[in-house]
Design a protein around this ligand. Structure first.
Ligand code: HEM
Length: 282
């Protein structure tokens, strides 16, 4: 995919509803993204695993088989689609003696979350490699159900919870899906577990504001029946929207709709006040 074509996939419908599943069928030939940031991002994963492994990787007992299946699936996909990159990485990672899920995650740019079905029918985050969290901490979500993970998300309970829970139960291994989110930040740090920055912390410059979007896929693996949730983080500095006025205008309309709703909830508006007008003026 040429650089920043993903901007065309952003969820820019104004609310309500404020949240939507917006899942689309996924062609497994395009399961993972290998782009011009491959070396930088896998290098960043190596650094994070060397310096703070407990912050970015965890696997609960009982997930061993699932993690091996994830490793097989990712390795097979890389062998079929990017054999040169696989060859360059896999020997090094095998020498390091990586855990299978860690190895899988360090072959690709995506974060990998293993969702395991429990006896009560809930799916829980029982193993993960999350080097590029957008304002959340793996250790606070580990072992939690999908509903518990989303507890801080406004409108999740009334607009999404039931649909997401049903979705997990019904996901078939032959019908993987992809979806996207969008958030706005005053940084382009890939590893950013701290809470979302305040609107006051944004500077008045479009060079210091970034759109952040996660391309998320959900795939059922046939052997262990776990659901693998992958997250590819993609970022774009705001000034780049000068070249994409139609995206700027649609985002402006969405922010104009969202503002009063966030104020009604007493929420800090998570983007600078000037942003919607700046976008409208492109
Ligand atoms: C179809 C499945 C899913 C849907 C529709 C969904 C939807 C959402 C939405 C709407 C948000 C609010 C922020 C945003 O727009 O991104 C969110 C946040 C989040 N989601 Fe999901 N999600 C899904 C699956 C998952 C899974 C499997 C995980 C497992 C790690 C996950 C982890 C998170 C986390 C950590 C947050 C941030 C929560 C916080 O602020 O603490 N999501 N999700």
């Amino acid at each position: 995919m040429p650089e920043k074509d993903w901007l065309d996939e952003l969820p820019l419908h104004p609310g309500p509803p404020w949240l939507s599943m917006a899942t689309r069928a996924l062609d497994m030939a395009t399961w993972l993204v290998v782009d011009d940031r491959y070396e930088v991002e896998v290098g960043e994963k190596d650094r994070l695993m060397a310096e703070r492994p407990a912050d970015v990787f965890a696997a609960l007992p009982g997930t061993e088989g699932a993690c091996v299946e994830v490793c097989d699936a990712v390795t097979d996909w890389m062998a079929a689609n990017h054999p040169d990159r696989l060859d360059l990485r896999v020997g090094h990672l095998t020498d390091l003696g990586c855990h299978p899920l860690d190895l899988a995650a360090r072959l690709v740019q995506e974060d990998l979350c293993v969702m395991v079905e429990h006896d009560d029918g809930t799916y829980r985050l029982d193993a993960a490699s999350v080097c590029f969290p957008s304002h959340w901490r793996l250790r606070e979500k580990l072992g939690r159900s999908v509903a518990e993970i989303h507890a801080p998300v406004h409108h999740y309970d009334d607009e999404l919870r039931g649909r997401v829970d049903r979705f997990f139960g019904r996901l078939r291994d032959t019908k993987p899906v992809v979806r996207r989110n969008l958030s706005i930040h005053n940084h382009d740090d890939l590893y950013r577990p701290e809470p979302h920055e305040s609107p006051a912390s944004f500077r008045d410059s479009p060079d210091r504001v970034w759109l952040r979007s996660e391309r998320q896929t959900l795939v059922r693996l046939p052997r262990t029946r776990i659901v693998l949730f992958t997250i590819k983080t993609q970022q774009c500095c705001l000034h780049e929207l000068n070249a994409r006025p139609e995206i700027a205008h649609r985002l402006s309309a969405k922010l104009h709709e969202l503002n009063p709703e966030l104020e009604r909830l007493g929420e800090d508006v998570p983007f600078p006040r000037w942003l919607a007008d700046w976008l409208a003026a492109r």
